[in-house]
Design a protein around this ligand. Structure first.
Ligand code: APR
Length: 241
């Protein structure tokens, strides 16, 4: 049986849904209240900075009212106990993975709790409201913006992600619709490099047909089960591998 040593996990808004964080494209989705073009593009930031900053201030403030769920805690357990390589690539901008204890992770779409200086590129932790025109702690310019990757901008740390996918024996996608690239293409990249691929999602995603295995259900239920399985198997791929 092929053994599994290196794992890459992609998470999306669905992993935070049971914590009370709205997803984007569901019936009560975040985008329901706003047109993406109005709040999540560089053009929107330039045209109406107050609206864009307010949208992210609202989501940043919400973080104080939610907490990690069983899926976040299960991935943090895997991170702590997995002897091989492991990378959690989250599309989410919340801090729930970190608060559950995950360490080997990165935010490819940015973070609500970070401010980016549009002038010098410096980042600083930001927890409260961020009205337009806040001064950068590094260069002093009144140019701080939410450290969020807007549509049309390049996701962060793609080199690291692609290097991890090239070495992966297993790629697991959790709670994402597969609607947004480049994340939606990771399953094909992983498959190309010979990794097994597993999807854990409430509904079939747009890329479900690319996965070797797809388990449908709530992340809070499916992820702890899967983590217990993979730790018990010690990384032995299931016979169907
Ligand atoms: N457990 C597992 N999956 C769930 C749950 C749950 N409790 N609730 C919802 N889901 C699934 C939905 O079936 C859907 O496939 O999570 C997915 C959420 O999809 P989206 O709302 O599109 O969120 P996401 O895939 O993370 O969006 C990707 O798009 O808007 C941009 O930058 C934003 O990072 C985001 C990216």
């Amino acid at each position: 049986m092929a053994s599994i040593r290196n794992i890459v996990i992609l998470t999306g808004a669905g992993i935070s849904a049971e914590s009370g964080v709205a997803t984007f494209r569901g019936p009560d989705g975040l985008w329901e209240g706003h047109r993406v073009e109005d709040v999540c593009t560089p053009e929107a930031l330039a045209a109406d900075p107050a609206l864009v900053h307010e949208f992210y201030d609202m989501r940043r403030a919400k973080l104080g009212t939610v907490k990690p769920n069983a899926a976040h805690h299960a991935l943090a357990r895997l991170d702590a106990e997995w002897p091989g390589e492991l990378l959690i690539v989250t599309q989410n901008v919340d801090d729930l993975h970190e608060r559950a204890g995950a360490k080997r992770m990165l935010h490819m779409h940015g973070e609500l709790l970070s401010a980016l200086c549009a002038g010098c590129g410096a980042r600083q932790r930001w927890t409260g409201a961020m009205p337009p025109g806040q001064a950068c702690g590094a260069c002093g310019m009144a140019a701080l913006r939410p450290d969020i990757v807007f549509f049309g901008e390049i996701p962060y740390r793609m080199d690291e992600i692609e290097a991890a996918l090239a070495q992966a024996d297993l790629f697991v996608s959790i709670g994402t619709s597969g609607a947004v690239y480049p994340a939606a293409g990771f399953v094909r990249l992983a498959h190309h490099y010979g990794a097994r691929t597993l999807e854990l999602n409430l509904d079939p995603s747009e890329g479900s047909s690319w996965f070797d295995e797809s388990r449908l259900g709530r992340a809070g239920e499916l992820v702890p089960i899967w983590v217990a399985e993979i730790l018990a198997d010690g990384g032995q791929a299931p016979p169907s591998a």
